[in-house]
Each structure stands twice: as C-alpha cells, then as structure tokens.
Design a protein around this ligand. Structure first.
Ligand code: C2E
Ligand code: CA
Ligand code: CA
Ligand code: CA
Length: 280
C-alpha cells in the first residue's frame, strides 16, 4: 500500500497535473476554435528544382487562440485526431483552401499552379470524405487536377487496404496524391506500388541533415531513385539553403520547398510573392 501511495504521488506529480490541465484546456479551446474563427491558412510555395519556377503552394493550418496564443499544428493536430475534431477542422481547411485558390485564380495570380492540402489519416478513414471533397470541388469550382492531397506515410500503412481503396476513390475525382514525410514510415514497397500515387515528399529530417550526414544524403538519394523508378515526382521539403537546393537538383529531385525560398506566408504576402515570382 505504501508503494502504491508513492506511485500515486508520482502519477499526480505537479508536472503531470500541469500537463493534464494543459491538454484539457487545449481541448476545450480547440472545440470552439472553428466557431470562433481562430483558424487561418498560411501558404508555402514549392518550386520546380531545375527552373526554380513556382510550381505550387502548400496550405498550412494556423491556430491563433486568445488564451493559448499561436499554437503550432504539431501541438494540436494529434489532439484533433484523438477527439475526432479533425474531420470538421479538415473539412474547413479543404473548403477554405479551395475558396482562396479560386479567388486567386479569378485575379490571375495562380495560373497553372497546384494547391496542396494536408489530409489527416482520420479524414482518410472517414466514410464521407470522398463525398465531402466532391462537394467542395463542385461548390468552389476548384479544378480537381490542380488539387493535390498530402497523406502522411506513417499513417497510410496502419491499414493499407482501406487506405488504398480510399486513395483510389480520391483519384477517381481527379485529384493528385502525394505521400508526405516519406522515409519515416517503413512503407512496404509492395504496398507502395499498389497505391495510385503521383508524388513522394522526402521527409524534411533527411533533407535538413543531408549536407552534413552522409546517411541522410544516401536516404534522400535512394528516395529520389525509388520515386522515379515508380514513375513518381519527388519533392524535397525543409530546403533551408542554396547548397542543399543545388545538391538536390543535381540528384534529380523534381521540386523544392523550404525556407531557402519562402516561409509559409499569410495570404497577402503570398499574393505579393506570386506576383513577383509566379509569372512564367
Ligand atoms: P508537413 O505537412 O510536413 O509540413 C511541413 C512543415 O515544415 C510545416 O510546419 C512548415 O512550416 C515547415 N517547414 C517548411 N519549410 C521548412 C524549412 O525549410 N525548414 C524547417 N525546419 N521547417 C520547414 P507547420 O506549418 O508547423 O506544420 C507542421 C505539420 O502539421 C505539417 O507537417 C502537417 O503534418 C501538419 N499540418 C499542418 N497543416 C495541416 C492541415 O491543414 N491538416 C492536417 N491534417 N495537418 C496539417
Ligand atoms: Ca505536408
Ligand atoms: Ca512533410
Ligand atoms: Ca511533418
């Protein structure tokens, strides 16, 4: 009983208490964030490696809460998944991204570019996703072939058969599919071949280290080779400097994304960026 008491004391240590409270606070805040209009999107350009021309833009979710301040997605996406809130948040992201895109399109700012949107595995599993997406495309007028959905590799293989069926249904709508964070998820290559994919995104952890760490460089090289063998385009993200950009271009990487070219930008800054760099 004495040791149980000590265990309890440790379990309810001030630190644990604080973390539980922080999580609860975040959950309460997250539940009302959509209605309170606390979400917005930032946009990060993606460039063609050889020409360095803008090829597309990735929408990235931002949450500004009066109590918690700016909360990075890495700190709340998982909670949103665990609580099921991700489906409504993700639906908002899709609609907002496509609406914004069509607005840019009408102003002649994003001609020929593609819009990438991140999709959580919980959204992919949701039975209404395909219908939801079809509706967003219809209502916003977003051309399906200009929309690219990014699915995280590590989650795709949790339930590969279901995921494969969903990806097929999405492809039938005409959208493009990219595998995000590639290299971190131990994909079975046999499964990878069966998925109808368009693109691999090398995980930024390998890209960030590739100039100093020969193992990282070897992985990047291998992913580019694998992608091309499977007929897929390969994107590197986390490109922070020109030396890395040049090395990736020499390795045949197709597209580059990272702070070297631009941080994720709020809409008005994206507009300026595309007006300066986006006209071909
Ligand atoms: P991700 O999809 O892998 O996005 C790339 C992350 O790397 C972004 O962080 C981006 O700001 C950051 N990044 C871009 N270039 C560089 C660089 O050169 N160096 C470094 N160090 N970082 C760079 P962010 O915006 O904080 O997003 C983190 C993650 O949250 C995303 O990783 C994605 O998994 C998730 N996320 C963001 N928005 C959404 C969304 O709308 N839906 C879902 N389901 N997940 C999202
Ligand atoms: Ca992504
Ligand atoms: Ca990524
Ligand atoms: Ca990531």
């Amino acid at each position: 009983a004495k040791s149980a008491g000590r265990d309890m004391a440790r379990f309810f240590s001030p630190e644990t208490d604080h973390r539980v409270l922080a999580r609860q606070t975040m959950e309460v805040q997250l539940r009302q964030a959509l209605a309170a209009g606390e979400f917005s999107l930032h946009f990060q350009p993606r460039l063609q490696a050889r020409s360095r021309k803008v090829q597309g833009v990735e929408a990235l979710l931002r949450w500004q809460n009066p109590l918690l301040g700016e909360v990075p997605p890495d700190n709340f996406i998982q909670l949103a998944e665990e609580t099921g809130l991700i489906n409504r948040i993700g639906a908002w992201v899709l609609r907002e991204a496509c609406t914004t895109w069509m607005d840019l399109e009408a102003r002649g700012i994003c001609k020929g570019l593609t819009l990438s949107v991140n999709l959580s595995v919980a959204q992919l599993a949701h039975p209404e996703l395909v219908e939801q997406l079809a509706q967003v495309l219809h209502e916003t007028g977003m051309p399906a072939e200009q929309l690219e959905l990014e699915l995280t590799e590590s989650h795709l293989m949790d339930n590969p058969d279901t995921a494969q069926a969903r990806v097929s249904a999405l492809k039938e709508l005409g959208v493009q599919i990219a595998i995000d964070d590639f290299g971190t998820g131990y994909s079975s290559l046999a499964y990878l071949k069966r998925f109808e994919l368009d693109k691999l995104k090398v995980d930024q952890s390998f890209v960030l280290g590739m100039m100093e760490d020969s193992a990282d460089a070897a992985i990047v090289h291998a992913v580019i080779g694998l992608g091309h063998t499977l007929g897929l385009a390969v994107v590197a993200e986390g490109v922070e400097n020109l030396a890395t950009a040049q090395a990736l271009t020499a390795l045949g990487c197709d597209e580059l994304q990272g702070y070297c070219f631009s941080r994720p930008l709020p809409l008005d800054e994206l507009v300026s960026y595309l007006q300066t760099n986006g006209q071909h």
